[in-house]
Design a protein around this ligand. Structure first.
Ligand code: Z5A
Length: 213
């Protein structure tokens, strides 16, 4: 066939505050890419199904207490335990749509006061770099109005405001920003256009790279 041997799937990451609509958009994107015949899977971090993921889940539910650095490293370990599977999926041509990634790790831990460079550097270096990061932008106040927060540790307005500030510091010119307060179908349409372009570039053999580029 005409498919190049270095053709691969794209690593697409969605980031944003709690309630910004990531989960809804990931599932719409998944079905739209499936319908157009792409090999695609949707992933999320934390992956609560692994041993490490269960510790994270209990921490988020306030069932356990952990030092801020310890939980930061667990979130990172949770990405490391999926790294080789992630790489083999991408190389075999499967596009991955990922709900939260290293950027959440840095944004949420630095919102607690941990040094941003400490959060970014050691634990995350060498993880696969996304081909695309989409930030679904919403103010903490508007996010809070959506259906109410659940009872998890970080789901509080004051904390979400600090997370929003951290994301502002963290994001760079390569991120695509979408207004997450638009009707769900409009967000979906914008997202699909950006993602399709990225999937195409990766299919044409854009090399995989590692954090932090
Ligand atoms: N965390 C961390 O600290 N370090 C790390 O390394 C990682 C994560 C990876 C758990 O994440 C926590 O872990 C998270 C960050 C931290 N803490 N917080 N906050 P999670 O994945 O379990 O939870 P979440 O990411 O916050 O997801 P969520 O609550 O499921 O929200 P969402 O996915 O962004 O939104 P949604 O479920 O798609 O939509 C929310 C509501 O808004 C829902 O009722 C929708 O119908 C509605 N909605 C969606 N879009 C729209 C539009 N466009 N208009 C109007 N209404 C809408």
């Amino acid at each position: 066939g005409s498919k190049k041997s270095d053709s691969r799937g794209a690593l697409i990451v969605l980031e944003g505050l709690d309630r910004c609509g990531k989960t809804s958009q990931c599932s719409r994107l998944l079905s739209s890419l499936e319908k157009s015949g792409h090999a695609v899977e949707s992933w999320r971090f934390p992956d609560r199904n692994t041993g490490v993921g269960k510790m994270i889940s209990s921490y988020l539910a306030n069932d356990s207490h952990l030092d801020d650095r310890a939980i930061h490293l667990l979130f990172s370990a949770n990405r490391w335990e999926k790294r080789s599977l992630m790489e083999s999926k991408l190389r075999s041509g499967t596009t991955l749509i990922v709900d939260r990634y290293s950027f959440s790790g840095v944004a949420f831990s630095s919102a607690k006061g941990l040094d941003m460079e400490w959060c970014k550097v050691a634990p995350e270096i060498g993880l696969l770099a996304p081909d695309l990061v989409v930030y679904l932008e919403i103010s903490p106040e508007q996010a809070a109005e959506r259906g109410g927060y659940g009872g998890e540790r970080y789901e509080k307005l004051e904390f979400q405001k600090r997370v929003a500030e951290s994301y502002k510091t963290l994001r760079d010119a390569t991120w695509k920003i979408i207004d997450a307060t638009l009707p769900i179908e409009d967000v979906e349409k914008q997202l699909r256009e950006i993602v399709m372009e990225c999937v195409l570039t990766c299919g044409e053999g854009k090399p995989l790279s590692e954090l932090w580029p």
